[in-house]
Design a protein around this ligand. Structure first.
Ligand SMILES: CC(C)(COP(=O)(O)OP(=O)(O)OC[C@H]1O[C@@H](n2cnc3c(N)ncnc32)[C@H](O)[C@@H]1OP(=O)(O)O)[C@@H](O)C(=O)NCCC(=O)NCCS
Length: 286
């Protein structure tokens, strides 16, 4: 008998061993099996500790984080972890992780988990859901499309481990100025990624929504390349670049520069009527 129950995410993360560890490892294995967006991943052993730290960082500032665990005759078979954030100035629910054990996939349980996350978010007045899907995880992307999610942005990633000594990280003023000239916002995460092998801090570029197609010109790319050089001079060898879905030309240029399609962000409006219908379908299906 399948059950989905709400849990306190902080308690589940504090427990050792955590009920989430094997469920996370199933997702890690799935990401590796789908090619991990073509980039080297961190070792599987120890990956739960990395992910646990990432969850604590992510939900630490969000009191509304929620965790749902699906069980089959009491045995955990899947989970959904989500938290509240803002996107374009709007409160959104980010579905940070959704995963089922392999033998439980393909029976509709994933859709149930998405629905409970959405209903709970709606009850808190949130009107938009957000999910990041790893590049190459095409089945999951199709699954989210069917649930009503549409592409919002793409993130391209480049992580080129230095051949010589690993450089110290320096000042980002020059790179920030170069990217600002072409409408790109530069920030640094201040920590390595928990899935991929990266520098101690990842440089993240956001191509702002106002950058129009006329910028897909040699001068724009000359500015982009100058920014990348300045990043390299500052010791940053891992760069993420996010662009709005409509600006596909940015992805084309990033691919030419050795970036991989790391992530697609999908979003969906959570309209009250829509959620009510799905809730009805869910109850009827029980
Ligand atoms: C994605 C997932 C949560 C969907 O839940 P589900 O209950 O299996 O989904 P449903 O039965 O409602 O729908 C079937 C879809 O599930 C996915 N799916 C089904 N069996 C699968 C399998 N053995 N392996 C991977 N994905 C599978 C596919 O997206 C499938 O759609 P498709 O037939 O178009 O390929 C679940 O399949 C899963 O855990 N997959 C691996 C981890 C993952 O990709 N998580 C999402 C990360 S963003």
């Amino acid at each position: 008998m399948i059950h989905i129950d709400r849990h306190d995410p902080h308690a589940a993360l504090a427990a050792d061993p955590s009920v989430l560890e094997p469920l996370w490892l199933a997702l890690f294995d799935h990401h590796v099996a789908t090619g991990a967006a073509g980039m080297p991943t961190r070792p599987r052993a120890g990956s739960w500790q990395q992910r646990r730290g990432h969850y604590l960082d992510t939900i630490g500032g969000s009191p509304q984080a929620s965790l749902w665990i699906a069980t089959d005759d009491g045995a955990p078979v899947g989970y959904a972890l989500s938290f509240e954030d803002t996107l374009d100035g709007e409160r959104v629910e980010v579905l940070e992780s959704l995963s089922l054990l392999p033998e439980t996939r393909g029976n509709g349980l994933g859709g149930e988990l998405v629905a409970v996350v959405e209903v709970a978010a709606q009850e808190r007045g949130i009107a938009r859901g957000v999910i990041d899907v790893m590049g190459g995880n095409d089945r999951a992307l199709r699954f989210y499309h069917r649930a009503g999610y549409a592409p919002y942005s793409r993130t391209w990633m480049r992580s080129e481990f230095p051949t010589g000594a690993v450089p110290d990280l320096g000042d980002l003023a020059e790179a920030t100025a170069r990217f600002a000239e072409i409408g790109v916002r530069l920030e640094a995460t201040g920590h390595p990624d928990d899935t991929w092998e990266t520098a101690a801090s990842v440089a993240t570029l956001a191509v702002t929504g106002t950058v129009a197609d006329e910028y897909s010109q040699p001068a724009w790319w000359a500015g982009f390349d100058a920014g990348l050089r300045a990043l390299g001079d500052a010791g940053y060898w891992t760069v993420w670049c996010e662009h709005p879905e409509a600006s596909a030309w940015v992805g084309t240029g990033c691919a030419e520069r050795g970036f991989h399609h790391g992530m697609t962000r999908v979003t969906r409006e959570l309209t009250a009527a829509d959620v009510a219908v799905r809730e009805y379908d869910r109850i009827r299906g029980e």
